[in-house]
Design a binder for this molecule. Structure first.
Ligand code: PMP
Length: 298
């Protein structure tokens, strides 16, 4: 467990702590067929919670599991769970499925799929938090070699070794390549760069997680009049950038101050992006639909 003060929803109710609900013989524990998603509750809102719940169901299908909980029902379950915490809590919201029964070599797990949601207290990173990046010899796999069309637990040991390698070199995160050697993402987040006022981010090519926070930032920046280009990004592009920043559910937006020996200041676009994100997240009205946030404001 990464957080403190954990609660777990399992089989119809919220349980205190992190109960032992996965067995050694479960396919998910033994052979890695598990999927999860991560959302955040902080500052009184859970931005894009429904989108994260929808994605965990798509991830389950990609591993040939049958999702058993509607995304809208997950939001209701989370709402019940949040009532157990103070309004100023900062939580990581993690719905997950794992296969219980399946033939040993099968990805298709049959009819039994476990489902749980964990709520863990994890403080939001401070507003001036930044990180540093380095290269890694580990790459994002392609669809033919891994279930990169899912947010699957089995992808994360590869990301973990990227992260360990980077941290051992004294950096905060690893900037991983895709199969062709272009920039994909970091071990935990999507990457953006700014050059001469234009924002660039790797175009989804099926090898990295095109994150929900990434999509939200692209939309908010474009609405603010910033040109955002989804394209092939090379490591030299990153070195030549004026600004580099990361997006992900956990910390939302994190400016990067170094990529190996190239250094960057925290620039105006990263600052603006943070402002736009929280203005949107805390606003009463959804920018797309004009509807009250409702489901997301918990
Ligand atoms: N890439 C990876 C590998 C991740 O684990 C995450 C976090 N889920 C992201 C990108 C960011 O995705 P999102 O904005 O949907 O959280």
């Amino acid at each position: 467990a990464i957080g403190t003060e954990i609660r777990t929803w399992f089989e119809g109710q919220w349980h205190e702590g992190d109960p032992a609900i996965i067995r050694a013989a479960d396919h998910g524990a033994w052979l890695g067929s598990s999927v999860f998603d991560g959302a955040r509750y902080a500052r009184g809102v859970a931005p894009d919670l429904l989108a994260h719940c929808e994605r965990v169901n798509r991830s389950a299908k990609a591993l040939m599991m049958t999702p058993t909980v509607e995304a809208t029902d997950m939001v209701e379950i989370v709402r019940e769970g949040l009532a157990l915490y103070p309004a100023d809590a900062a939580l990581y919201i993690r719905p997950m499925y794992w296969a219980i029964d399946a033939a040993p070599g099968a990805i298709a797990p049959g009819e039994t799929t476990g489902f749980a949601i964990c709520l863990e207290s994890i403080p939001l990173a401070s507003e001036d938090a930044t990180t540093t990046l380095t290269t890694t010899r580990f790459r994002r796999p392609v669809l033919e070699s891994a279930v990169v069309n899912a947010k699957a637990g089995c992808l994360y040991p590869n990301n973990a070794r990227m992260l360990r390698e980077a941290q051992a070199k004294g950096f905060g995160n690893a900037l991983a390549a895709d199969a062709l050697g272009n920039v994909a993402e970091t071990a935990t987040a999507n990457v953006f760069l700014a050059k001469d006022g234009v924002v660039f981010t790797p175009i989804p090519n099926g090898t990295f997680l095109a994150g929900i926070t990434r999509a939200r930032h692209i939309d908010l920046l474009r609405r603010d009049g910033v040109e955002v280009v989804e394209t092939v990004v090379t490591f030299d592009d990153v070195r030549a950038a004026d600004e580099v920043f990361l997006t992900g559910n956990m910390s939302k937006i994190t400016p990067v101050t170094a990529f190996d020996d190239t250094t960057y200041a925290v620039g105006p676009i990263a600052k603006r992006a943070r402002q736009l994100y929280w203005d949107w997240a805390l606003s009463e009205t959804d920018v797309d639909t004009g509807r009250p946030l409702g489901q997301d404001r918990l």
